[in-house]
Design a protein around this ligand. Structure first.
Ligand code: MN
Ligand code: MN
Length: 465
């Protein structure tokens, strides 16, 4: 045998693309960019996915309905997660084919008592969410998104807040120190350059003209008057709010050749979007029921009622199984899950943290990860050789460009995904996703080819696995 037959060599996707792939890559990227701009928080993403699902014939499902092969259903979990399914021809006792991705992304959350005035300016105190490099979030335009549960006349009213995404909207900013006065700051460790308590968002500076002799904070008063006018809020309503600041950048092409997409929140919308759209695009009723899970709270450990650890998943699956008289445990035991999350793309600017032989490269296709984790594989799910073997063959048979990947050098750091929480449920699970440059930064970069191949990978799982 020749070395070509005997050696495993990773290859760029560019030398193998069909004309159909080339077209697919471009069309897909345009749809994905639109989705990104709409879906900067998990709440926004859920609304957008539900809207897309409805337009593809999915219906909001309650347990009382009966289900037939070909039925398309979804269920929203507390505004922050969504579960979608296309009922297959086979019994649920034969298992389902799952894709699981997350909709939350690192960001800066507004605190419960956030508003204060200091030396002629008003600010929001914040608490960052997920693993961020805090210094990256200063001196960039920010949008405010979220909901406030306003208590008014003994009623609780849910109000949407969305400021900064329309061209005429104002934006917000966290200020940084000028280099001229940063002699001491520049000697600090990167984790201390901007401290958690320093992530304060500038929101205004004009004092109220209201005559109120008791009030010494006229700028704060003006901000509350504005919020009261716009949203019916008083300061106490921040206590029952979920507001956050996200980067006010829209998705755009990167590079002369437009081969990349730059955007906030590729992690993990770059996997959430194909997880949903590959299910939407099924043209025939699949053999196995296809299920897409889009969850919240992955960035802080998958805890909470909207995270992957929540029994909301069992509730949905259990209800489906009951319509066929199937035990949920039987369904899980025969299921397969693609835990769809991003991985680190090899970056030559930081070559020393990667093991080149085991890294994901941009434009090499969807990255399959047998295990994630850190240290001695801590926190990894570690898919079995049998599972990886099956998926490898499936991808090869269906023209999906894929690469095997690990996050970085052993002991360089690491990270986990929802894979272990699916595996805990007795579901065979493999990590797979798009390689990302500058992961968790306010502006992340991915290659269009890899996005499209991840979509193709997921479609293959639903159709063939
Ligand atoms: Mn992720
Ligand atoms: Mn992440």
């Amino acid at each position: 045998m020749t070395s070509e037959q005997l050696f495993y060599d990773k290859k760029t996707g560019f030398d193998r693309l069909t004309d159909e792939d080339k077209q697919g890559i471009q069309t897909y990227a345009e749809g994905y960019k639109k989705f990104l701009d709409e879906s900067k928080t998990e709440r926004d993403a859920v609304l957008e996915i539900a809207r897309m699902a409805e337009s593809k014939g999915f219906r909001a499902w309650t347990r009382d309905d009966t289900l037939r092969p070909g039925d398309k259903i979804y269920r929203i979990n507390r505004h922050k997660g969504i579960m979608l399914a296309v009922i297959g021809n086979q019994s649920l006792a034969e298992g389902v084919r799952l894709t699981a991705a997350h909709l939350d992304a690192p960001r800066v959350d507004i605190r419960t008592v956030p508003l204060y005035e200091d030396n002629g300016m008003a600010f929001f105190k914040t608490h960052y969410y997920g693993g961020i490099k805090k210094y990256q979030w200063t001196a960039i335009p920010l949008e405010l998104r979220g909901v406030v549960c306003v208590c008014e006349n003994g009623e609780v009213k849910r109000v949407q807040v969305r400021v900064g995404d329309k061209p005429t909207d104002p934006k917000f900013v966290i200020t940084d120190l000028l280099p001229h006065l940063a002699t001491e700051q520049m000697t600090r460790k990167a984790t201390e350059v901007i401290k958690g308590e320093g992530l304060n968002i500038l929101i205004g500076s004009v004092p109220s003209e209201t005559v109120d002799e008791k009030c010494s904070e006229k700028i704060k008063l003006a901000i509350m008057e504005h919020l009261n006018r716009e949203y019916g809020m008083t300061e106490a309503d921040f206590l029952s709010a979920e507001l956050c600041c996200v980067p006010a950048f829209n998705a755009c092409d990167i590079g002369f050749d437009r081969s990349f997409v730059g955007a906030y929140g590729h992690d993990d919308r770059v996997c959430s979007y194909p997880a949903a759209t590959s299910l939407f695009d099924l043209t025939e009723t699949p053999a196995h029921t296809g299920v897409c899970l889009l969850v919240d709270k992955e960035e802080i450990g998958s805890e909470g009622v909207s995270g992957m650890l929540s029994q909301a998943f069992e509730w949905f699956m259990g209800d489906m199984c009951r319509t066929q008289g199937v035990e949920l445990a039987d369904c899980f035991a025969h299921s397969f899950c693609l835990s769809a999350d991003v991985t680190a793309a090899y970056d030559p600017n930081f070559a020393d943290v990667y093991d080149k032989r085991n890294s994901a490269f941009v434009n090499y296709g969807v990255a399959l990860c047998k295990y994630t984790g850190s240290g001695g594989k801590g926190g990894a799910s570690d898919a079995s050789a049998e599972v990886v073997g099956k998926v490898r063959k499936l991808m090869n048979d269906n023209g999906v460009f894929w690469q095997m990947a690990e996050m970085g050098k052993t002991d360089a750091g690491g990270g986990g995904t929802v894979a272990k929480f699916m595996a805990q449920r007795n579901i065979d699970t493999l990590d797979a996703g798009v390689p990302v440059l500058s992961m968790h930064a306010p502006y992340e970069t991915v290659a269009k080819l890899d996005c499209y191949m991840t979509y193709k990978c997921m479609k293959t799982i639903f159709e063939q696995a």
